[in-house]
Structures are given as structure tokens and as C-alpha cells.
Write a protein that binds this ligand. Structure first.
Ligand code: HEC
Ligand code: HEC
Length: 321
């Protein structure tokens, strides 16, 4: 008897706490803004369905999201999500910024990083389907003008590219260090290629190289976090398209480095970032704070130690067997 009265009391206390918790609600109210997504209806509809809950002022919470403690978690995602990207202010971005943001957004979806994993579990309707991803990709390609180059230009560029890949192009060794003191690394083209990506929206091709420490870390699965001493180098070329729509590398565009050192680069997410632009390898950014741009864009990959190129992609590469 006594026992059951005790458990009743406990239940009453739990219910009281539960009801009490409902009173604590983080404020997620935001101003109402006029609809301003200047995108085709099918593209806009996908973004509204899958992203608006966290990336717009028009959050549509389901009843189960409204109950504490779930609400605090969701509210935190909404507040952080709006800070990172808010489609309600789409009209305040320049055309270029809109295009870049869209690429970043579609990229996050393709990589499976967005919508957030915890959210997808309870909102299965907000998981973009293959078909929806295809619609997003197609739209990006459509708004990215492609210029057709004649075969002489393509051949010439290919020859230069092959020379580079074989390590036969060396830049003059007076390349200036980046503003945060990171030195250019000559000859990184001799490292293992761990990924080649084609950025479909702005016509560029990228080759990502890893040093021995990176390659060994991949082999042993020791990549989160990546060990100190890991270096990634990413080289990018503008791409050329011939009349048969074959894509090949054109003008050399830039080299970027990410150097892992948990202590030395603690203030920049444990990575030293550097970028050199153009065939004369001019350091990018006058002040060391140029790295903010790098970190902001790599931020969504924070659960992957800020690295985009994913382990399963790396493991599938023949060269690393
Ligand atoms: C449940 C909430 C939630 C949903 C739904 C969601 N996101 Fe996010 N998103 C976030 C949060 C939180 C961040 C902040 C970065 C972080 O901590 O990961 C973010 C960051 C981003 C960023 C990075 C912005 C930057 O400048 O670094 C992009 C791009 C993005 N989301 C795209 C999308 C897209 C596209 C969708 C829909 C397919 C989507 N998100 C759906 C919560 C969400
Ligand atoms: C607009 C977003 C964006 C910005 C800004 C950005 N990156 Fe990246 N970065 C990417 C993406 C996406 C990848 C994945 C490979 C690809 O698609 O090119 C990547 C890949 C890399 C890689 C290869 C390792 C990896 O994460 O896969 C390096 C190295 C790199 N970036 C360095 C930098 C440096 C240095 C800066 C700043 C000077 C920078 N990035 C700024 C988006 C960005």
C-alpha cells in the first residue's frame, strides 16, 4: 500500500516537473518578412519543405517539437541554423552570394550533412529524395553559364595540367608565406591524390592531395580527429568545356592547405589554413584573419574534424588499398 502511494507521489512529482518545464521556452519569435525566394517553384518548394524550419523566420513546429525538453533542443537548432543561413533574408544577398550559398546548401545536402541528423529522425518527410537532389543540382548547372572552348585551347590547357600532375611545373621558389605565416609547400603534387571533385556550379576542377600522415591515418581509420602533422593540399583549375560537353581543366586557379596541429592552431579549429591564388601564387588575404572565411565554410563539417572529403570516399579509392 505504502509502496504504491510512494510511486504515485513520484509520478505526480514527475508530471509536475514536466508541466513546469513547459513554462520555460526559449524565444524563437522572428519578424515576418515578405516572401522573397527568387527561385523556380520546384527548387523553392524543396528548400521550404526541408530547410525552412531552421533556416527561415517561418518555422513550422510539429506538436511533438513543442513539448519540453524537445523544444529546447529544436529551438537551439533554429537559433543556430538561422544564424548560419536565413532564407527569409535571401533578398539582402547579392546575386553572386545567392549562387554561392545555394551551392553550399546543395553540397551540404549531397554530403548528407543537412538537414541535421537528429532532425531527420523525427521529420522523415524533410529528407531530400534522390529526385529532389537532382532538381537542385540541375538548377545550379542551369544558372552557371558554360562557355564552349575550341580544341586548341583545350589541348594546350591539358598539356599544362599533365605537366602539373607529373610534378614538372615548379613555381619560382620565392612564393610568399600566407598572412598567418604558413609557407607554401613545393612538390606536394608528389603526394597521394585522395579525391578529385568537379564543382558543377562555377566551372572548376579540384584535386585534393594528402601527405603520408594523412594517408596512414586513412588506412588505420584514425581520422576523427586527424592526427597532428596531417596535411591536405587542394589544387583547383578553372574548367573548360568542349563542344561535346567534355569537361577538362583549364587555367590554374589556386592552391589551398590545411595543416593539422591541435596546439599550434587551437584558435582556428586545430587547422592551419592557407591559400595562394593564380599562376604567380599570390598569398590570399592581407591579414591572418582571412582564415575566418575558411572556417565558416568548413564549419558544417565540424563532426568530421572540419574536413569535407569523407572517409568512405577516401576508402573507396583504389590507390589507398
Ligand atoms: C533542424 C534544424 C536544421 C534543418 C532542418 C536544416 N539545417 Fe542547415 N544548419 C542547422 C544548424 C544548427 C546550422 C549551423 C551549423 C552547425 O552547427 O552545424 C546549419 C548550417 C547550415 C549551413 C552552413 C551555413 C554556413 O554558412 O556555414 C548550410 C549551407 C545549411 N545549414 C543548409 C541546409 C539546407 C540546404 C537544409 C535543407 C535541405 C538545412 N540546412 C536544414 C540546422 C538545420
Ligand atoms: C565556399 C565554401 C568554402 C570556403 C570559403 C573554403 N572552403 Fe575549403 N572546401 C570547401 C569544399 C566544399 C571542399 C570539398 C572539396 C571540394 O568540393 O572542392 C573543401 C575542401 C578543402 C580542402 C581539402 C580537404 C577537405 O576538407 O576536403 C582544403 C585543404 C581546403 N578546403 C582549404 C581551404 C582554405 C585554406 C580555405 C580558406 C582560404 C577554404 N578551404 C575555404 C569549401 C570551402
Amino acid at each position: 500500500m505504502l509502496k504504491s502511494r510512494k510511486s504515485k507521489t513520484i509520478i505526480i512529482i514527475i508530471v509536475a516537473i514536466f508541466i513546469g518545464m513547459q513554462a520555460f521556452r526559449p524565444n524563437i519569435k522572428a519578424e515576418t518578412r515578405k516572401e522573397n525566394l527568387n527561385l523556380p517553384t520546384d527548387v523553392a518548394n524543396i528548400i521550404k519543405k526541408d530547410c525552412y524550419d531552421c533556416h527561415s523566420n517561418e518555422t513550422n513546429l510539429r506538436w511533438y517539437d513543442q513539448i519540453q525538453p524537445a523544444f529546447s533542443l529544436v529551438a537551439n537548432h533554429i537559433i543556430e541554423g538561422r544564424k548560419a543561413l536565413n532564407f527569409s533574408y535571401w533578398d539582402t544577398l547579392s546575386a553572386d552570394a545567392q549562387k554561392n550559398t545555394l551551392y553550399l546548401a546543395v553540397n551540404q545536402v549531397i554530403l548528407g550533412a543537412m538537414p541535421l541528423e537528429s532532425y531527420k529522425k523525427f521529420h522523415t518527410d524533410a529528407i531530400p529524395s534522390e529526385q529532389e537532389i537532382a532538381i537542385l543540382k540541375k538548377y545550379l548547372i542551369q544558372i552557371s553559364p558554360t562557355k564552349i572552348s575550341d580544341s586548341a585551347v583545350v589541348n594546350n590547357a591539358n598539356e599544362k595540367f599533365n605537366k602539373w600532375m607529373n610534378g614538372n611545373i615548379t613555381f619560382n621558389n620565392k612564393v610568399k608565406p600566407a598572412a598567418n605565416g604558413i609557407e607554401y609547400i613545393n612538390g606536394f603534387q608528389q603526394w597521394k591524390v585522395i579525391a578529385i571533385t568537379d564543382r558543377f556550379d562555377n566551372n572548376s576542377l579540384r584535386v585534393i592531395y594528402g601527405n603520408d600522415i594523412a594517408v596512414n591515418a586513412i588506412k588505420s581509420g584514425n581520422i576523427n580527429p586527424w592526427p597532428d602533422g596531417t596535411i591536405f593540399a587542394k589544387a583547383a583549375w578553372k574548367s573548360l568545356v568542349d563542344k561535346d560537353e567534355n569537361v577538362s581543366p583549364g587555367e590554374f586557379w589556386q592552391v589551398e592547405l590545411m595543416i593539422k596541429d591541435q596546439k599550434k592552431w587551437a584558435a582556428t579549429d586545430g587547422w592551419g589554413w592557407a591559400r595562394w591564388r593564380g599562376t604567380d601564387l599570390k598569398p590570399y588575404g592581407a591579414k591572418a584573419s582571412f582564415t575566418t572565411e575558411c572556417m565558416n565554410c568548413h564549419q558544417p563539417m565540424k563532426d568530421n574534424d572540419f574536413v569535407f572529403t569523407l572517409p568512405f570516399q577516401l576508402k573507396n579509392k583504389q590507390i589507398l588499398k
